[in-house]
Design a binder for this molecule. Structure first.
Ligand code: FAD
Length: 518
């Protein structure tokens, strides 16, 4: 249970290894990795978690086919690797998604695009998703009847993934909390107190009660995205240096019935600026249509959507739709997001061309800032931050133990999910031999204890037939194993020798029934 009052009390009275400022996806990933290391971690956000850009993205977990054009090979490769990892680790939130890219006469060069997609497949390496394929005009007409096909000379289907960005961020924070991190939203860092090139403490205001608190840690990490310049002002006494050069992107939400429900459609923009608009099925009955990419220097707190931005998207989509055009009346809602793009002198000034890469830098001896990047790359960004910290600070207190806990969680999470794998790891702390697997069966004592303590197992049969598959695998009655399981149950449930004998007899009957055909 996540109790806000207790969390605030802990935050203001305990000394942390790491404080992460900013609970968007970047901060969430760092909090998770730090908690996995066994570091005592606090993550705070001045708004709700994921209030910022991390709930306002295009919801794609992708390598970024478009960035290949700008030859950002490293960025694309890293993101594709992340995509594969997230598909595997968070299948309830990151799902495979086919994309349809039409090729128009005289617009996109088919050969160039084919080469780009082959490069994309190559950079992906081993994948659970199919490679790209060409699709012919007659198939396009059949599969995408809503779009005009007179100018289309062919197309491609390729695969990326989609997510619910806000839920992903909150799930990652929950995972960090399950591993011991403390998390508080509506908790704003308002002052950063430094002495002799180190941060001594930060002053936070609880934006709900308006009470101020002093927070202390060994290392502070700013992951405040588009607020990075504001955070730097807190640190450097209102410095006017501009670290960020953000750009704005808006999306429209419409009913899913307007577009294909199984495939994203990419359509060229009406004003020939070389960009594409995507219409993506989202959450069963919605479609997300976007986006724009324009310079932004407005408020980070209230991001409004302008009529001309909406019209840019509607005009682009309607130029390609056959009959049923999209109108203002079809729009269920709109949202605007601000990309945390870095202000790098070497970067192209046009926001569409500016790098989606990220940067990590030390502000002083114990405060580090990360900014830029993509939703897709949050775990590898977090890994880099952890590496940086390890090079400069030794936060070893609970690390050896935590590495052990981590590898146990990794071992069991596929069978039981993260939460239960953590419970099994806790049990293994009592005696590390509890994770040694039994002869001939891929189960261990820690799992048996987990079934007894957390999943109601009361008898050998409960464990071997309904909590594990051991009864199904046991061709010959395994006296030794049965005795072992009975000993564990007896100790946990205070059985007498008679209780043990009776339960073994009962299990034997159950096992015989499973072999009664012999
Ligand atoms: C239109 C658009 C489309 C995009 N599409 C994609 C996409 O499809 N795929 C993809 O991979 N990426 C995409 N991105 C990029 C991606 O969304 C961002 O890179 C990512 O969400 C940034 O996360 P963040 O945690 O760095 O920033 P944020 O999510 O903005 O988090 C920063 C947090 O810091 C908090 N904060 C600020 N100041 C303080 C303070 N003083 N005290 C406490 N907390 C503070 C804020 O409240 C905020 O929650 C898109 C971005 C945009 C704008």
């Amino acid at each position: 249970m996540n109790n806000r009052k207790t969390n605030i009390q802990r935050a203001s009275s305990e000394f942390f290894d790491i404080v992460v400022i900013g609970g968007g996806i970047t901060g969430a990933g760092i909090a998770l990795m730090a908690a996995k290391k066994g570091w005592k971690t606090l993550i705070v956000d001045k708004h709700d978690f994921a209030f910022g850009t991390s709930s306002r993205s295009a919801k794609m977990i992708h390598g970024g086919l478009r960035y290949l054009q700008n030859l950002q090979i490293k960025l694309v490769k890293e993101a594709l690797h992340e995509r594969e990892h997230l598909l595997k680790e968070y299948p309830h939130l990151v799902k495979p998604q086919p994309f349809f890219m039409p090729i128009y006469k005289s617009k996109l060069n088919k050969l160039k695009l084919g080469i780009g997609l082959s490069g994309y497949d190559y950079l992906t390496g081993e994948s659970s998703m199919p490679k790209h394929e060409a699709i012919k005009v007659d198939k396009i007409k059949e599969r995408f009847p809503q779009i005009k096909s007179d100018n289309i000379v062919g197309g491609y289907i390729y695969y990326d993934a989609k997510t619910n960005d806000a839920r992903l961020t909150n799930d990652i924070i929950q995972e960090a909390v399950d591993l011991g991190a403390v998390s508080i939203n509506y908790f704003e860092v308002e002052n950063i107190i430094c002495k002799d090139n180190i941060v001594n403490e930060i002053i936070c205001t609880d934006n709900i009660s308006k009470i101020k608190y002093n927070i202390q840690a060994k290392v502070y990490i700013a992951a405040t995205g588009i607020w990075t310049d504001d955070t730097m002002k807190l640190l450097h006494n209102n410095s006017s240096e501009q670290f960020m050069m953000p750009s704005k992107g808006i999306h429209l939400i419409v009913d899913a019935s307007h577009f294909p429900k199984d495939c994203v459609m990419l359509l060229p923009t009406a004003n020939n600026d070389g960009r594409m608009i995507w219409c993506m099925p989202w959450d069963d009955n919605l479609s997300v249509v976007g986006t724009t990419d324009t310079e932004y220097n407005g408020s980070n707190e209230e991001m409004t959507v302008l009529k001309e931005e909406v019209n840019y998207i509607l005009d682009s989509v309607n130029a390609q739709l056959k009959d049923k055009k999209l109108t203002h009346g079809d729009i269920l809602s709109v949202y605007a997001g601000i990309r945390p793009l870095l202000n790098e002198k070497t970067n192209n000034n046009k926001s569409t061309k500016r790098s989606r890469d990220y940067k990590i830098w030390w502000n002083n001896d114990n405060m580090l800032t990360i900014s830029g990047g993509k939703l897709t790359s949050f775990l590898s960004m977090a890994e880099k931050v952890i590496e940086e910290i390890e090079q400069k600070h030794s936060l070893e207190t609970s690390m050896n133990n935590s590495i052990k806990i981590n590898s146990i969680i990794d071992k069991f999470k596929h069978r039981y999910g993260i939460k239960n794998a953590s419970l099994i790891a806790d049990i293994a702390q009592e005696n590390i031999q509890f994770i040694d697997t039994f002869d001939n069966y891929n189960y261990c004592t820690a799992e048996i204890l987990f079934f007894i303590r957390h999943q109601h197992a009361q008898k050998i049969d409960d464990i071997l037939t309904r909590r594990t598959l051991i009864s199904y695998q046991m061709k010959n009655y395994d006296t030794l194993l049965i005795q072992n399981i009975s000993d564990i149950l007896a100790k946990e449930l205070n059985w007498s020798n008679e209780d043990k004998q009776m339960d073994i007899e009962n299990y034997k009957k159950s096992w015989m029934l499973m072999h009664s055909w012999l």
